[in-house]
Design a protein around this ligand. Structure first.
Ligand SMILES: NC(=O)c1ccc[n+]([C@@H]2O[C@H](COP(=O)([O-])OP(=O)(O)OC[C@H]3O[C@@H](n4cnc5c(N)ncnc54)[C@H](O)[C@@H]3O)[C@@H](O)[C@H]2O)c1
Length: 396
């Protein structure tokens, strides 16, 4: 089989940048039928330690402080954009101008306007995109989507989605760009609920209306050096004002007539990454929680044994068989990113949008925007509906 080489450029070598790079590295071996070899051409980061990491340990041929060197490099065909949120728009627009396909982290911009410009710009130039909606890549979610969309749960009555994390529950946790609206756009609404809204739209149907509330519980945090992880504790700098929500919850209505609830927190004590979805229909219910990512709990009204059973992912559920040969063997967060990387590469090779698209991310941003309007007004708000190459709307 002829092997095609794609030149890869990475922008920002933080937590997600390193995860993208590992995911890209795995594609050739896990997806041999793609016949692709990835050349890690160049990485960009403003921190010299991150650049050293890229060239000395991660296999990049070169590194730069300026992300434009990545985008405009003649040997770079595909780009990962893993910078803080406030840079997503300017970097993605530069990639669009240069005609480079890109894999970008969520939230794709700081708000729905930046997200729309990125999505529409990429579509206008016929570029392939991928976004970091990794939770939908769990093989158990593939099974869940099939159960819902094939009618096996009957009429869908309710959806409950939760994105409950503990990553900054310590008031001594470092103040980072995530707490400043100019840099992050929002708090848990963009950071975590964008994943939750995407999961609902991917598994069940479009969200049409939301009614939300939010709260900042830890109002000040201490500044830390640039590049400090948001997981870091014991920061010792000046006290800074937290500008965006630690917690949100609300109600939603879906296009198929179902109603739902959502909740997200970054300061929970106990749940660590309780990212879960429960879908209740007239014939059955399903439950999934990222903390047990290869397990789907299902209950069917007419089953001989009434109540929930655990369905562990099997080789024919989604991409599970690429990673493990039989049920019960764990998969990881990084595996979900490898699947996402493979969908990006496949989209690029086939010139067909298969990976979660920028339009999907724009749609989630419109849900976040409606939630923000609802919080400000205290009323239900309709979600602006996004068309374009939405992969959530594809048939199973
Ligand atoms: N998909 C997911 O589940 C998931 C999880 C975590 C983070 N994210 C997203 O990934 C993005 C990055 O988050 P992170 O946790 O990796 O952040 P991070 O703080 O760990 O890394 C950010 C990196 O960007 C670099 N940077 C800053 N300015 C730069 C510039 N001008 N040019 C190049 N690099 C620059 C920093 O030096 C740092 O290395 C965010 O948008 C976040 O929302 C997604």
């Amino acid at each position: 089989m002829p092997i095609k080489t794609l030149g890869y450029g990475l922008i920002s070598v933080g937590w997600m940048g390193r995860v993208h790079s590992r995911g890209i590295s795995q594609v050739a071996e896990r997806y041999p039928e793609l016949g692709v070899n990835i050349r890690k051409v160049i990485a960009a980061d403003t921190l010299s330690a991150a650049r050293d990491n890229a060239t000395q340990l991660m296999g990049f041929e070169s590194a730069t402080e300026n992300y434009l060197d990545v985008i405009n490099h003649p040997d770079v065909d595909i780009v990962s954009i893993c910078s803080p949120n406030f840079l997503h728009h300017e970097i993605a627009m530069a990639a669009i101008k240069a005609g480079k396909d890109f894999w970008i982290e969520k939230p794709m911009g700081r708000n729905e306007i930046e997200s729309r410009e990125i999505s529409e710009g990429a579509i206008a130039k016929k570029l392939m995109t991928a976004v970091g909606f990794n939770y939908r890549q769990s093989p158990a979610i593939a099974h869940a989507r099939h159960l819902v969309r094939s009618g096996k749960l009957g009429q869908i009555y309710n959806v409950e989605v939760k994105m409950i994390a503990d990553y900054v529950n310590d008031p001594e946790g470092a103040f980072t760009w995530r707490y400043v609206n100019e840099y992050a756009g929002s708090g848990v609404l963009g950071d975590l609920m964008s994943h939750g809204f995407d999961l609902v739209q991917y598994v069940v149907d479009d969200i049409t209306d939301v009614c939300a509330q939010s709260e900042i519980f830890i109002k000040e945090r201490r500044e830390a050096a640039p590049g400090t992880s948001h997981f870091a504790k014991n920061a010792s700098g000046a006290l800074k004002q937290v500008e965006n929500e630690d917690w949100t919850s609300g109600m939603m209505r879906l296009a198929n007539g179902a109603s739902g609830t959502f909740e997200s927190s970054r300061i929970a004590v106990g749940p660590a990454c309780e990212y879960s979805i429960e879908v209740r229909g007239s014939l059955g219910t399903l439950r999934w929680n990222f903390e047990n990512l290869t397990e789907l709990q299902v209950a069917f009204r007419n089953a001989p044994e009434y109540g929930f059973t655990r369905a562990l992912s099997a080789p024919d559920d989604g991409e599970y068989g690429r990673f493990q040969p039989g049920r019960g063997i764990s998969m990881s967060f990084d595996d979900l990113k490898t699947i996402e990387a493979s969908l990006f590469i496949k989209s690029v090779l086939e010139r067909k949008q298969i990976a979660p698209s920028a339009a999907d991310c724009h749609s989630a941003a419109e849900c976040v925007a409606a939630a923000k309007r609802s919080i400000a007004s205290g009323t239900w708000q309709s979600v602006h509906q996004v068309s374009g190459n939405r992969t959530t709307r594809e048939k199973v």
